[in-house]
Design a protein around this ligand. Sequence first.
Ligand code: SF4
Length: 126
Amino acid sequence: MGRCYSGFPHRKTWAANGESASGVLCYYQRRELVSTEKSQMAYIIAEPCIGTKDTACVDACPVDCIHPKKDEDGFAESDQLFIDPVECIDCGACVPACPVSAIFAQDDLPEKWAHFTEKNAAHFGR
Ligand code: SF4
């Protein structure tokens, strides 16, 4: 059993995957790091969704990471749909499904809608 920087014991450490002992990240630290990196690559739903909420993207998503769905609490109150940046696998399947072109890869998100990155993540408490 390995130990992370805080001394908390974990079953896995990143040393097992070839990193030096001085740079060891425990399994949970590494998972958190990957999630942070991933949140910078996820697809984002921006302003055109507001007031539209078509939900065709929900049906297109293979990992069920777009919410709220029509049958979920909060759908009526939410002004738009959101993509969970941790669960999104960056497949792009939702992009052509959207009738108002509201979904963008992080790198393609227009600057004027940059704040939608945080808005999507915040919906999921990320
Ligand atoms: Fe879902 Fe793929 Fe769109 Fe991410 S990019 S929200 S995984 S359909």
